[in-house]
Design a protein around this ligand. Structure first.
Ligand SMILES: Cc1cc2nc3c(=O)[nH]c(=O)nc-3n(C[C@H](O)[C@H](O)[C@H](O)COP(=O)(O)OP(=O)(O)OC[C@H]3O[C@@H](n4cnc5c(N)ncnc54)[C@H](O)[C@@H]3O)c2cc1C
Length: 446
């Protein structure tokens, strides 16, 4: 084991939250060590593009009513300041656009942002890739650093005034998913970096951090079943965002949710269905108007149905609704019931009362041909996590601050609860809050 180092801020996780915190603290004069488990920094943030959130606290509350009010308001209120920080690093940020119908944000050159952060940290401190935490060090109830190790078994002790957990949540761990999300979540495909397996959660829990809220769900999307989903740069190409304009049928051939509220929420609803799978059905109108249009302004449209079909998805095209009677038996969906559900759906839309309701798009599916594809939920990151306050300080079961310990990004729970308004913005804002807390801690100890 090498000699003990001593720094102002020790960060676990080189994704959006960790790099933002480490870079900001470095620029503000703190000494920083950033520990990243992967061979390179970036995390899921490397595959992401739009830094966005709800434009006002009111909209945040409307779309995310069960989220922690103080934490979710923090994201909205600090968004502009956080974007100024991104700008200040010389990173290209496009003009703001509408995201998911209710959000506002900007496409951002994430690779350059993360590299600019890395440069800043290296100027003033250290970036260790291929290293991870072994355990947190605790003295008189305060976290004072950690023991870290790399793949070759080398170990180091790093003492730190503040230690930030920003390891990206537990979306990559099947056992934790089954325990905290849903028994069927064990088998969910991952649409994120593969290193976020709950290390921050375990480290926090080991020193008494509270975890929650229960059953908060996750951010994810519907993807085709039967298709290998392993290339991160294909995650968005094979995401069926336009499910919100189609109809979803479960294994009983029935609708089960208001599909129009959002594909990310349809994802949670499909997980609650038998075998966590569903048929997505839409007509040529939806295909042309929604799938072949950019999901967010500035993103190239793509024929995802064709791509998925070529990759071996369970997919078919029907000339009319009567053809649903002949759905392949091995898929397991009752053909006649599915046909009747779709006919009834169209009848209900024409009288204006579909059930379940259709808040945002109650147009019937009347323009053949019909596209049919089986979809399953895929997970990007988890919403339950370590309890924090607005300064990113980790709290124990009694709601008391655990001195020296911070958490941000997907390691922190409660910001979103079965709802979503921007993972990058959340990680950025709380990463910067963590940096401010660590810098204040440094000043107080000087
Ligand atoms: C394909 C895709 C597209 C997306 N698009 C968008 C978008 O446009 N807008 C948006 O708002 N959000 C988007 N997201 C979500 C966004 O990327 C996340 O919300 C955000 O990256 C979360 O930040 P984080 O720091 O918590 O986690 P991450 O950015 O994932 O970083 C976590 C890091 O911790 C590391 N780590 C794990 N365990 C350890 C350990 N023990 N020690 C050290 N390091 C560890 C991981 O390797 C990783 O580098 C997208 C995600 C994906 C996958």
């Amino acid at each position: 084991m090498s000699d003990s180092d001593s720094v102002d801020l020790l960060v676990f996780g080189g994704g959006m939250a960790g790099m933002s915190a480490a870079a900001r603290a470095s620029r503000d004069g703190a000494s920083v060590v950033l520990v990243e488990k992967g061979q390179a920094i970036g995390g899921s943030a490397m595959y992401a593009g739009f830094i966005w959130t709800a434009p006002t606290v009111e909209v945040m509350r409307e779309v995310n009513p069960n989220g922690d009010m103080a934490l979710s308001a923090e994201v909205v209120e600090h968004y502009d300041g956080a974007m100024e920080w991104v700008h200040s690093l010389g990173v290209h940020v496009a003009d703001p656009v509408t995201v998911l119908g209710y959000g506002r944000g900007s496409q951002t050159d994430m690779a350059n942002y993360l590299l600019a952060c890395e440069r800043l940290v290296r100027e003033h401190g250290e970036v260790l890739t291929g290293w991870s935490a072994k355990r947190l060090l605790i003295e008189d109830g305060a976290v004072v650093g950690a023991e870290i190790e790399n793949g070759s078994g080398e170990q180091r002790v790093i003492h730190a005034r503040s230690t930030l957990l920003a390891t990206g949540g537990f979306g990559g761990d099947p056992t934790l998913r089954a325990e905290h999300i849903h028994p069927l979540a064990e088998n969910l495909p991952l649409r994120a970096n593969t290193n976020s397996v709950g290390d921050g959660l375990r480290l926090g829990r080991s020193v008494g951090a509270a975890f929650g809220p229960a059953n908060a769900g996750f951010y994810g999307h519907l993807i085709p079943s039967k298709v290998a989903y392993t290339n991160p740069y294909e995650f968005t190409d094979l995401t069926f965002y336009h499910s919100e304009h189609g109809v979803l049928l479960n294994l009983e051939g029935k609708r089960f949710c208001d599909e129009t509220i959002g594909d990310h929420l349809n994802t949670l609803s499909v997980l609650d269905q038998p075998e966590a799978r569903a048929l997505l059905v839409y007509d040529q109108r939806v295909h042309d108007e929604w799938m072949m249009a950019p999901y967010v302004e500035g993103v190239e449209p793509l024929d995802k149905f064709q791509l998925a079909y070529r990759r071996g998805a369970r997919a078919a095209v029907a000339d009319d609704i009567e053809e649903f009677e002949a759905l392949p038996e091995e898929w397991g969906y009752p053909g006649e019931v599915s046909r009747d559900t779709l006919l009834e759906f169209n009848r209900q839309c024409e009288t204006g009362t579909p059930s379940p309701g259709r808040k945002l798009d109650a147009a019937p599916l009347l323009t053949p041909p019909y596209y049919i594809i089986e979809v399953i939920p895929a997970i990007t990151f988890t919403f339950s996590g370590l309890s924090i306050d607005t300064q990113a300080r980790v709290l124990d079961e009694a709601g008391e601050v655990i001195p020296g310990l911070l958490a941000a990004g997907a390691d922190a729970g409660g910001v979103f609860n079965r709802a979503y308004a921007g993972g990058l913005a959340c990680a950025l804002v709380f990463g910067l809050q963590a940096a401010a807390t660590a810098t204040a801690q440094r000043a107080a100890s000087a």
